[in-house]
Ligand binder design. Sequence first.
Ligand code: BES
Ligand code: ZN
Ligand code: ZN
Length: 489
Amino acid sequence: MLAIRLVSGPERLDTLVLPIRPGGPAEGPDAPAALLPTAPPPDDLLAEAAALLPPARLTGRPGELWTQLRPGGTPQRLVLLGIGAGDEHGWRTAGAALARAVKDETYVTVLLPARSDAALRGLAEGLLLGSYRFRLTEAGGAPALSEVDVVVDDPDRLAPTLAAARTTAEMTRLARDLTNTPSSVKNPSWFAEQVASAVTGRPDLHLRVREPEELAAEGFGGILAVGCGSASGPRLVELEWRPADARTHVVLVGKGITFDTGGISIKPVPAMKLMRKDMAGAAAVLAATLGAAALRLPVRITTLAPLAENMVSGSAFRPGDIVRHYGGLTSETTNSDAEGRLVLADAMAYAVQELQPDLLVDLATLTGANAVALGKRHGALYSENDQLAADLLAAIDAAGEAAWRMPLAADYVEYLGSDLADLHSSPAQGAGSVTAALFLREFTGDLRDRWVHVDMSAPSWAEEDDAELTRGATGWGVRGLLRWLATLA
Ligand code: BES
Ligand code: ZN
Ligand code: ZN
């Protein structure tokens, strides 16, 4: 990961970056961009940069970029970087565009305006996320860019802001790595081992991984049913961060299907193509917990990741099987592709009965219907608690992610009825993302109005590079969760 240094003046002038914003409204919609007041650049660079704005037809929109070569000069390259409104989002987009544009330089220097907490946070996250790439080989060579110097008025005061941005980006990158990893590598035991190695040397984090025999002994019927078709048995990861000064206990649950074939109700080829990402919820909640611990947020977090591979085989569970979940509720499954809710139900019931948290939040790549309803960037958020929903939505938005609240519609509840079991897990009617949420609600017990579910199938993946998102896994949820957890502190 590239290094970002806070400095009080430019030290290595090779490539210098000056921020630009759109011209003021008084100057008309086509007004050229304007330079932002920053620490003064050396010599006459300010005048030179200002003279470039009109002929280069720069608008100052976020991520816009102009590179001026200055042969024999110091600096050799002058980069004008659009930051839009200059808020954290604009800077994040700008940082990502910059990381891509200067990937062949070894180091660059960026000038920031005074009092630039939000600018620094956005810039740093954009640089660290936009420069992310997932490669299993080194073919093609790594980008040269290794250091970015950021010139600010008060490096010491801004150090914690940079640290928070770095941890957030590091953990988002971890979630992306886990989600991008091919399923031939990341079976449930491998995934659990990754968590174990992340926790090594951290005595303040407690990890328990349940093996199939323990899951059977304790009655985790949903996880076992989904996992029994695979040669790689299921696991339940339980990771706890418990600081002495915590007042609130949050349980996070994440869907961890390391590959989803659909099972006996097998998916067609196009729908199965990307199903290695079906553990993105688990990756996000685990990475957010590691991040909360690294930032020493004073909130107690217990994170549950039910991990299983949903395979087609002679030992797979079948449509029509009845599953007995943790705590005793039963469900009838007529579509083995609705496996996510079965593993989540066990973990949620366990959380409610054994951990008695104050708040319960689950993240899952639960339904294709998420994208049908909300497009490719918004998660679908469900809660009966208006305040909790609003708080989480605000944190997600502030962090640069997106979610939209959806209703737990009462008129679909009847579709969860089954003649054979307490519940039907894959109703044929109703809006898919909503009925999935309604199924999960049955396992929230006393926490029914202190629970949030986010269906994040759509935003967990990006088909193309897009601002701070890099093609592939997005690490969606890590940023929003960390922001929200910080507000509980
Ligand atoms: N993992 C899928 C959901 C999914 C689809 C995630 C597309 C990401 C992209 C989930 O297990 C699933 O197959 N859900 C079914 C539910 C149905 C059988 C009730 C779906 O969405 O079709
Ligand atoms: Zn499925
Ligand atoms: Zn799935």
